[in-house]
Design a protein around this ligand. Structure first.
Ligand code: AMP
Length: 112
């Protein structure tokens, strides 16, 4: 399968890792949109939020258990935003489920 984030998981494409365990990987976004911009991905290929189901949802719980630890290690003591773009209307550009952690400065209260 031709998937950019699977290639990052496999080490075929380099990334700036901030966290890794046997189930998930977190790395810095190559085009940061905030002072801290980290992507958190499952190591299993799930195309988007739309692909989450009863069989694979335990990794999502694990991601959300780990996000606060990553935020703490990144110094995001004043808050942060977690975003997952799903599908064309949301401008999802990489079809491997990922959660953006954005923080490090005051954000606008508008979401879209
Ligand atoms: P999305 O538009 O929600 O699908 O987000 C995909 C994100 O992946 C974008 O913010 C890109 O900047 C980021 N991205 C694309 N290629 C790489 C890469 N090689 N390393 C790190 N981040 C990347």
């Amino acid at each position: 399968m031709d998937c950019l984030f699977c290639a990052i998981i496999n080490g075929d494409i380099p990334s700036n890792k901030v966290y890794e365990d046997d189930k998930i990987l977190a790395f810095r976004d190559i085009n940061p949109q905030a002072p801290v911009h980290v992507l958190v991905i499952p190591k299993t290929h799930i195309p988007s939020v739309d692909g989450i189901n009863e069989e694979n949802s335990s990794v999502i719980a694990h991601i959300f258990e780990t996000i606060p630890k990553i935020a703490k290690s990144e110094g995001l003591t004043s808050g942060y935003r977690v975003v997952s773009n799903c599908g064309d209307h949301a401008c999802q550009s990489v079809k491997h489920l990922h959660f953006h952690i954005l923080g490090g400065s005051q954000m606008l209260d508008r979401m879209a």
